[in-house]
Design a protein around this ligand. Structure first.
Ligand SMILES: CC(C)(COP(=O)(O)OP(=O)(O)OC[C@H]1O[C@@H](n2cnc3c(N)ncnc32)[C@H](O)[C@@H]1OP(=O)(O)O)[C@@H](O)C(=O)NCCC(=O)NCCS
Length: 171
């Protein structure tokens, strides 16, 4: 597991360092390889492992976060600095690789990870957060104040899923 280090300049409660909650869940930065293990199981079941490697994964300001329950990595999320397609504005961050193992879903882990990623982006001069959301997870993202943008689309080289861009302003 990656050593826990505070992110310089971070002020958000969940950002960059290990955080515990009353139920014993621990949120902390993880390595790329830890994130990819969960991506492989949840987002890429049966697919080539290269599909779990995303551009920007190893950028210095990219953050991979994990939620640990009783010491087990149960959910992951990644936040990286990247403009939305067809835009070139600064301050745009992308939330991706959101994945919670089946047995740990609906426990609030995804929401907590996404909120921690938002805090990280806001702390790094982010003004907008976006993602390519599977339409099956619209309710999850709407609950985090994301709104759909444009038409749905598919990425046949990647999966059979239908996606839609979603965005929200950062405070
Ligand atoms: C989407 C995903 C990451 C959500 O993770 P999670 O840890 O279960 O999410 P949470 O428990 O924090 O849920 C937060 C809220 O979203 C809702 N929600 C979560 N997943 C949902 C779903 N699939 N459909 C509808 N609502 C959902 C929850 O009910 C919860 O609402 P509440 O706060 O009112 O109870 C998880 O379901 C997952 O890994 N799915 C498969 C991979 C995937 O599709 N990832 C997203 C790629 S874009």
């Amino acid at each position: 597991m990656k050593e826990v280090t505070a992110v310089p300049g971070a002020t958000g409660a969940l950002v960059g360092s290990r955080t515990h909650s009353a139920d014993g869940t621990v949120l902390q930065p993880i390595s790329i390889s830890e994130a990819r293990i969960i991506r492989d199981q949840v987002l890429n079941a049966g697919g080539s492992a290269t599909r779990s490697i995303y551009p920007g994964d190893d950028a210095p300001d990219t953050l991979h976060l994990g939620a640990f329950v009783d010491g087990q990595l149960a959910a992951v999320a990644t936040i990286c600095c990247e403009s939305m397609p067809v835009t070139s504005n600064a301050g745009q961050w992308r939330l991706r690789g959101m994945a919670t193992l089946k047995e740990f879903r609906r426990l609030g882990l995804g929401k907590r990870l996404a909120e921690a990623c938002m805090a990280y982006a806001a702390d790094h001069w982010g003004t907008l957060l976006w993602c390519s959301a599977r339409v099956t997870t619209l309710r999850f993202y709407r609950g985090l104040s994301f709104q759909e943008q444009g038409e749905s689309f598919q990425l046949p080289e990647y999966s059979d899923e239908v996606y839609i861009l979603m965005r929200r302003a950062l405070p």
